[in-house]
Design a protein around this ligand. Structure first.
Ligand code: NAD
Length: 418
């Protein structure tokens, strides 16, 4: 990190002189190791499926899970190049027990074949759409990939007797202000609904956490690139904060949480204090030996649709209980009036509505609200029926933000960003 002063002085741009800032430089902490308080045998020697394996979280799961001697490690993603890159990175020694599956989690036939053939015992579900402004423009894709894909996958896991199913969730599911967050909250609720079914043998669980450094499209690689180019560094809002963790740290804890679950749990990873994004930007600039606002401009671009100024890791009604792992807590909602049967019924009907002809109301392909439809051309045949979206919203209390977001999507009304 020490600058080469001669190069610094003689450089015209001055900012390509230091190496990229790494997550540990900012967090000042090392990735956590195995915790002796957690019995890791539930994930050792298993047939393990990782969805979204080509993504930031999924690929790190794959890297770490290899140390748990999986009987077979199935890497599933619909990103062909990403999957290819990962397999190349893993190298030849991984070939014997690693299988890459190029498949879409919303394609039932392909998924059924994967389950029937490989019979995964442990599933880490990291495949998702995650970019908030993008999904505000394409809400039906959030429903299709995040809700439908999760429900389909979880149903197959249960039908094929999987032992554990771990949903990777996000702090954006907490009192969500966007369709992405609402869709992930519905995924968490899906885990509850499935776990509470009579005779459910699969341990469904969710693990919720905030941002990981270095993931695709996240601030650290973006700021590194912007500083490299001489600025400006773009920050949406001066007061915006986020929780951060390294990807390896988060994934290590996800694997521990997978072992801790008795089924029907919602775990939250402890992420320390939240960080102001502008502080992060300033720090990253200084770490390059440059002065914020003088050598490198910081430009405030404005909060984007669906974004919050501050994220939270737990709902006001959720109560945290410490697990045997110091960095993992279990969240329970004592006043939870959630009806899993009604939810399961509505979500099933919503999914049926993803077909060109809605199974509930028999309408031809559903229509997005005009405001969204104008802005975002889409494939009508795969849109959810908005009547069914509304019906799903109605399973939740009117003051529940998920209800409000689904309602707003269904009616075309925009919810305010907090
Ligand atoms: N990155 C973070 O900071 C972070 C933090 C907390 C939670 N999460 C959550 O973790 C999940 C994964 O995030 P990520 O950062 O790894 O995202 P990512 O975009 O890097 O990875 C997601 C992967 O899922 C795949 N995918 C998407 N749709 C698919 C489909 N229909 N079928 C098969 N594969 C599909 C993509 O190709 C991609 O490889 C998201 O739900 C996100 O909300 C991410």
């Amino acid at each position: 990190m020490v600058p080469n002063t001669l190069a610094l002085v003689s450089s015209t741009k001055g900012c390509a002189l230091l190496r990229d800032v790494q997550p540990e430089d900012i967090l000042g902490r090392k990735p956590v190791g195995h915790h002796r308080g957690v019995d890791l045998t539930p994930v050792i020697g298993k047939v393990t499926l990782v969805t979204g394996a080509a993504g930031s979280i999924g690929s790190e799961l794959v890297r770490q899970l290899r140390a748990y001697q999986p009987a077979r490690l199935i890497l599933l993603d619909n990103n062909e190049s990403g999957l290819h890159d990962l397999v190349t990175e893993l190298g030849d020694e991984a070939c014997s027990n690693t299988v890459s599956v190029l498949a879409d989690i919303t394609r039932e036939e392909a998924l059924s074949q994967v389950f029937a053939w490989y019979r995964p015992q442990v599933i880490f579900h990291a495949a998702a759409y995650k970019h908030v402004p993008m999904l505000e423009r394409y809400p039906h894709e959030a429903v299709r990939v995040n809700i439908y894909g999760t429900w389909l996958l979880a149903g197959l896991a249960q039908a094929h007797g999987a032992e554990r199913f771990v949903l990777i969730s996000t702090d954006k599911a907490v009192e969500p202000s966007c369709i992405m967050g609402a869709s992930k909250r519905l995924c968490e609720l899906s885990m509850f609904a499935l776990a509470r079914q009579n005779g459910c043998e699969t341990r469904f669980t969710s693990v919720r956490f905030g941002n990981v450094f270095g993931s695709r499209g996240s601030v650290v690689p973006t700021f590194n690139r912007q500083i490299e180019q001489g600025g400006p560094v773009t920050v949406t809002h001066r007061e915006m904060t986020r929780f951060f963790m390294t990807t390896s740290e988060a994934v290590n804890l996800v694997i521990h949480a997978a072992c801790l679950t008795a089924g029907g749990d919602l775990f939250m990873l402890k992420m320390g204090e939240d960080i102001r994004i502008v502080d992060l930007a300033e720090r990253m600039i200084r770490m390059r030996g440059l002065r914020p606002y003088k050598d490198i401009e910081i430009r405030f671009t404005g909060i984007r649709p669906g974004e919050k100024l501050h994220e939270r890791l737990e709902n006001a009604s959720e109560v945290a209980t410490q697990t045997t792992h110091p960095n993992i807590v279990r969240l329970d909602d004592p006043g939870d009036a959630f009806d899993p049967t009604a939810f399961a019924d509505r979500v099933t009907r919503l999914i049926a509505s993803c077909n060109p002809r809605c199974a509930v109301c028999q309408a031809d392909g559903a229509r997005l609200p005009p405001a969204v439809a104008d802005a975002a051309p889409h494939d009508d045949a795969r849109s959810p029926c908005l009547g069914c979206l509304t019906s799903l919203a109605e399973t939740l209390a009117p003051n529940d933000p998920v209800h409000q977001i689904l309602w707003a999507q269904a009616t075309g009304a925009r919810s305010d960003v907090s």
